[in-house]
Design a protein around this ligand. Structure first.
Ligand code: GDP
Ligand code: IMO
Ligand code: MG
Length: 421
């Protein structure tokens, strides 16, 4: 029996989709536990590509159970689109399960997300994630997957009550109106399609553990976008850290043996918020171009910068990472020198601890060490021994500074472009 958790150690887009897809062959259940369709996880098999927002990154494995856990917020339209896209390409979604406790994103959430962005920029994906989690926390106006199982009339009445409240709220805020009748009709239609997938997944997963089945938990976003531990308020509205693997699924903490933290060999961020090692120069542009750093969900250019070990030390600590998967190492090829932040100077004082509030973080100036780069294309390397000496040194340097072993090195977007220790 084994439960493994995968999560991003930076600000998202570390390559979680690729690593989950690659490891999924050894697991029977692949489970999303947080976030919603703000996520964009790329999986590639041969020439085939999926950019998944909601369905766990095991779409290429019809026989595996793909579970959307209770901690996820589900946009029914996105879910149906992803089911259709997979099935139209011959990948059955019969084994897709949606937790009865997962909350549903409705059009008023997306309108609200757009409206709130006008008044103060977080740079959200405008998928309604924050408003849906707000309704979850405030309880009164939430719809969950289990509500889609209600008799039609009961669901209609529930929706009408919430719609009337939202309409009043939107009028007072000057947000656009919506057609409550059309919304209700659309949800009733999607309820019919989603219903066969709805399941009490806490029982399903614990039963699987009891039967010695293996489970892979797939985090969305990255640790520094965590609502509690990230760069608040420039974060997402869920917990993205390893604890959410328990609260977002109902799997007890002691059942999780392996926590794989995914780190890009450099750093990226989409949206607003602090980013100490950001490169606003030609080197940042080169990394964006070579690494194709454009958002999977929104297409926005990702901000790029050097690897930040202050960030990684903090995120390895709060997540209990037992190992690291280092991705996109190939992208750094061709740079003469590579810088790595090892500490910050905060108002004249050097620290290795990530500043937890924005005013201190705003003052943080990275202290860099410079390592020699390599010129070779490393995408065909399949063992650490085949890597150029300077690439190997870069990996060893990271391992040593973090005290966590790098067990996977990704040298390209494809499944086989990977080195495993
Ligand atoms: P996720 O959100 O963490 O799943 O990551 P995304 O899919 O949003 O972004 C990662 C991007 O990098 C995708 O386009 C992947 O296909 C690609 N990718 C993943 N690993 C590697 C790698 O090792 N090298 C290169 N060049 N691309 C990679
Ligand atoms: P994956 O799973 C990168 C960012 C948004 C914004 C902030 C809040 O693909 O790594 P939200 O819409 O969640 O309220 O936006 O969080 N963000 C992500 N950035 N990758 C993601 O997911 C992200 N999901 C949200 O850009 O800054
Ligand atoms: Mg992504």
């Amino acid at each position: 029996m084994s439960v493994t958790l995968i999560l991003g150690l930076q600000w998202g887009d570390e390559g979680k989709g690729k690593i989950v897809d690659m490891l999924a062959k050894d697991y029977e259940y692949v489970v999303r536990f947080n976030g919603g369709d703000n996520a964009g996880h790329t999986v590639i098999k041969g020439e085939e590509v999926f950019k998944l927002h909601l369905v766990p990154s095991a779409v290429f494995y019809p026989e595996k159970f793909k579970v959307i856990g209770n901690g996820v917020v589900v946009n029914p339209d996105t879910l149906m689109r992803e089911i259709d896209a997979a099935e139209s390409r011959g990948y059955s979604m019969k084994n897709l399960l949606v937790s009865s406790d997962a909350h549903i994103i409705l059009p008023w959430h997306t309108i609200m997300d757009g409206g709130l962005e006008e008044s103060g920029k977080i740079g959200t994906t405008k998928k309604g994630i924050g408003p849906a989690y707000s309704d979850k926390a405030s309880r009164t106006f939430a719809i969950r997957a289990c509500d889609l199982m209600l008799p039609e009339q009961d669901l209609k009445e529930k929706l009408a009550k919430i719609a009337s409240h939202k309409k009043k709220l939107f009028r007072s805020l000057g947000f656009p109106d919506f057609d409550a009748e059309a919304l209700s009709a659309a949800l009733l239609k999607s309820a019919g399609r989603i219903r066969p997938h709805i399941s009490d997944t806490q029982f399903v997963l614990n039963d699987a553990i009891g039967r010695n089945r293996s489970i892979l938990l797939e985090g969305a976003q990255g640790a520094l976008l965590d609502l509690d531990h990230g760069t608040f308020p420039y974060v997402t509205s869920s917990n993205t850290t390893s604890g959410a693997g328990c609260t977002g699924t109902g799997i007890p903490p002691q059942k999780i043996q392996r926590i794989i933290g995914i780190a890009k060999a450099y750093t990226t961020r989409v949206g607003e918020g602090p980013f100490p090692t950001e490169l606003k120069d030609g080197t940042g542009e080169i990394i964006r171009k070579v690494g194709r750093e454009f958002g999977t969900t929104t297409g926005r250019p990702r901000r790029c910068g050097w690897l930040d070990l202050v960030v990684l030390r903090y995120t390895c600590m709060i997540n209990g990472a037992t190992e690291i998967a280092l991705t996109k190492l190939d992208v750094l090829g061709g740079l003469r020198e590579i810088k790595v932040a090892t500490a910050y100077d905060v108002g004249g004082r050097e620290t290795g601890d990530f500043p937890l509030d924005l005013p201190r973080l705003a003052k943080a100036v990275p202290v860099y060490e410079t390592l020699p780069g390599w010129g070779e294309d490393i995408s065909s390397c399949r063992s650490a021994g085949e890597l150029p000496a300077n690439a190997r040194k870069y990996v060893q340097y990271i391992e040593k500074k973090l005290g966590v072993p790098v067990k996977i090195i990704s040298v390209g977007p494809k499944r086989d472009e990977t080195i495993q220790a």
